[in-house]
Design a protein around this ligand. Structure first.
Ligand code: SF4
Length: 235
């Protein structure tokens, strides 16, 4: 698989996200989907994907702890693109057990608790969403944070056994917002209030000018640990 991934990265070097998406959507018809967290990058990808092939699946996770603005964006996006966004929920039994044993805001107590919460509310539902897929499309950009500088356009997701495609890997934040403005793409109004990266409400805060754009995610942890477990890189 390492060889295939390297070949694909060489094949698509310098190509536009639309070109890459078009190729993968045709090649993996019915077996490719966007895993959207409703962030600015995911909204760009939604717009691109719907223009290429509106039948491509787009799904998101309702962790139960999202901002109201994110729920409202899910609705607006669905209406704008006349497309149902699939919503995956965590197992109610697992959430009940976790918060009963460790507290409703367990994530502030230790990194282990935070990772357990992300596993229950995000990773397990996504594993269900990944069933039957060959490729998942993701909005990662290399310049987003210290944890993403090594990410590639095409990666092998060892944990889930499928290709992970990052069409915006080389884009800057400016590229993202230029596309959003030029194409009238719906986006989360929290982005205009100092939230460049938006996750669950208790684990996201606004950032100050000059801070790393992911500084507001799990701000009480070291930069090196600030991923939910979905983006561990395997080639
Ligand atoms: Fe839980 Fe916070 Fe992870 Fe959301 S981001 S799943 S609330 S630890």
């Amino acid at each position: 698989m390492k060889q295939i991934v390297e070949t694909l990265n060489a094949q698509f070097k310098g190509k536009t996200p639309e070109f890459v998406l078009d190729w993968f959507i045709k090649k993996h018809k019915g077996k490719i989907a966007l895993a959207s967290s409703m962030g600015a990058e995911d909204q760009v990808l939604t717009d691109m994907i719907v223009k290429i092939d509106p039948s491509v699946r787009i799904f998101t996770l309702d962790t139960g702890r999202l901002f109201y603005e994110t729920y409202e964006l899910i609705e607006r996006t669905s209406l704008r693109y006349k497309k149902n966004i699939e919503i995956y929920f965590p197992s109610p039994e697992d959430v009940e057990k976790m918060v009963t044993e460790k507290g409703i805001n367990l994530f502030y107590q230790s990194i282990e608790n935070r990772k357990e919460c992300c596993r229950v509310r995000k990773i397990e539902p996504l594993k269900r969403a990944f069933k039957e897929l060959d490729v998942w499309i993701c909005g990662l950009r290399r310049s987003q944070s210290a944890t993403r500088t090594d990410n590639q356009l095409v990666e092998w997701d060892e944990a889930n056994g499928l290709i992970k495609l990052n069409p915006l890997i080389d884009w800057s934040e400016e590229d993202v917002w230029k596309y959003i403005k030029e194409n009238g793409v719906p986006y989360n109004p929290l982005h205009d209030k100092g939230f460049p990266s938006i996750g669950c409400q208790p684990c996201t805060r606004a950032i100050e000018p000059g801070e790393d754009i992911r500084a507001g995610r799990w701000w009480w942890e070291n930069p090196e640990t600030k991923e939910c477990g979905l983006h561990n890189r395997k080639k």
